[in-house]
Design a protein around this ligand. Structure first.
Ligand code: CU
Length: 206
């Protein structure tokens, strides 16, 4: 009777301990991956490291991947994710994969690359450019500050049917913390352009 009574208890205890260890390890791994992605030094409780020590050290570049897709529900183009966080004072590489093959066209101002490191963006992993043909632009990734363009990255259309995305990649470094709103300045539709989560969103610089 006693053996029968105690065994299930022990068994349940083991399951409970195992589950909590699994949850803890999962949480730890999640934090480590997030910390690595965010460029936060492991073991440090504060982010935003300054210039890397030592000569010839590589900068702790963060990487952000954004996708422009057509929302299957309403057919609007949208950036995914639209809202994300980065650390201030470190280079951030933003890579945008665009599956939209429809051109919106932009004015010349928004066909120029502005505010990136080097004043350029890389197209499809090969061509480094400071501007693109305005007629080929599907969307832009643009940040205004005080009425001036702080950042502008034009995103060309995807070729053909859009099965293979066009890719734009650039590096930007935020010098101050805060919430930055980004917009697409290509006239891709009043709905998506005015709706957070589609062609506008926010970057939390921490
Ligand atoms: Cu757009």
């Amino acid at each position: 009777m006693i053996a029968h009574a105690t065994l299930p208890v022990h068994s349940d205890l083991h399951i409970a301990v195992g589950a909590s260890v699994t949850v803890f390890v999962t949480a730890l791994l999640t934090w480590m991956v997030a910390a690595a992605v965010m460029g936060v030094p492991l073991g440090s409780s504060t982010g935003a490291p300054s210039a890397p020590g030592g000569s010839g050290g590589t900068s702790p570049t963060q990487t952000v991947y954004l996708t422009i897709q057509i929302n299957p529900g309403n057919g609007w183009p949208q950036y995914v994710p639209a809202n994300f966080s980065v650390a201030a004072h470190v280079p951030v590489r933003i890579t945008i994969s665009n599956y939209d093959n429809g051109s919106s066209g932009v004015s010349g101002e928004f066909a120029m690359v502005r505010g990136t490191v080097g004043g350029t963006e890389t197209l499809n992993g090969t061509d480094t450019v400071s501007q693109v043909d305005p007629a080929t632009v599907a969307h832009t990734f643009t940040i205004f500050q005080g009425g001036a363009v702080l950042l502008n990255a034009p995103v060309p259309v995807a070729a053909g049917s859009g099965a293979v995305p066009s890719e734009v990649s650039f590096v930007v470094e935020f010098n101050s913390t805060g919430i930055f709103t980004w917009n697409c300045m290509a006239p891709c539709g009043s709905g998506p352009m005015s709706t957070p989560g589609f062609m506008t969103g926010s970057i939390s610089v921490e």
